[in-house]
Design a binder for this molecule. Sequence first.
Ligand code: ACO
Length: 358
Amino acid sequence: MHYAEITGWGKCVPPAILSNDDLATFMETSDEWITTRTGIKERRICHCNFSDMAIVAANRALAAADLDPSEIDLILLGSLTNDSLCPNTASLVQDALGARNAAAIDINSACTGFLYGLHIGTNLIRTGAHKKVLVIGGEFISHYMNWSRRDVAVLFGDDCGAVVIEATDKPVGLLSARIGCEADAKYAIQITNLGSAYSRLSDEFLYIDWNFEGQEVFKRAVKSMAQACEDVLNDCNLTVDDISLVVPHQANKRILDALAKRVGIDENKVFINVHKYGNTSAGTIPVALAESLEEQRIKPGDHVLSASFGAGLTWGAAVIRWGDRVTPIRASDSELPPCNQTALEILEPHIRRYAEHG
Ligand code: ACO
């Protein structure tokens, strides 16, 4: 039986910071409301293309694993905010990396895109179909935001993360994963006015908007993630006491507190960075994983629990047993193009466009 060890990891966080106070300069909100309801203090705004973030994160993951890009045989990229409908973003990443031997697949399952990708990639390695897979998750969600919607705009941010998984005979990597979808609630999170279901002749076309039932998502997120966590722990004959760290999707601090309580895990074992980045959808878990390693929160042989939910409403959970190495083999010098604007300056034309549209 093959396993799929995580041998490389990397993150790309764009430099422009949008604070809660920045948001309060153009919408009826406050640092106090956002902090108490979500735990978010600030988020990042991308100044380039989504693929630029994906390429930097991927280069860093490849360097951490000390792999040449030509050794990668599959790229799985989780995102709903791709550069374009066609070509897919995984192709752009393949070309920029020089990963000429890799197949390139985009996965759109919103916030669960990375966990879905890790599950698919692991199982393709287990069958012997692939040997070295790059799994990327990230989002340029500020590009798809209606900046007049305070109930949605305060929640999200941009970033990207990546891991390399490689075939091994050691029993490490994803030991168990459960993924699913509560499609009866598919419209609880919906991005509208873009896509072939919307008439291009409508005046509203491309004025992207959101249906967002926050409380419904909140309740279902806690329930579905908690159930999935229990299931993957049972699959592995583990209990919460065997788990060293939980690296969950970062949507809302209150959701993470409720999840920890329901699963019965000490909240000190839950890695949290939502205060710095907000909800970056498919980017949250790979970025949190990279930061957990940077902060030495993961030790060789640790069991890590992860859980996610997102639009669809897709959900998932996984138990990962870490391998022997918790430090990168080498660093990459890959960087984003320079940014010479503040987050508010980047967003200003978009805020104005939505304000004028009414
Ligand atoms: N600033 C100030 N007031 C606000 C804001 C804001 N940014 N947004 C909403 N309000 C107001 C509302 O208008 C409402 O006012 P009213 O009582 O006068 O009508 C009041 O605050 C309370 O609103 P609620 O929606 O009841 O607030 P709640 O406590 O439920 O928190 C929140 C809202 C943070 C969205 C919460 O429901 C949540 O986190 N849900 C989970 C959503 C999520 O993270 N989903 C992630 C998946 S997204 C994806 O997959 C792409």
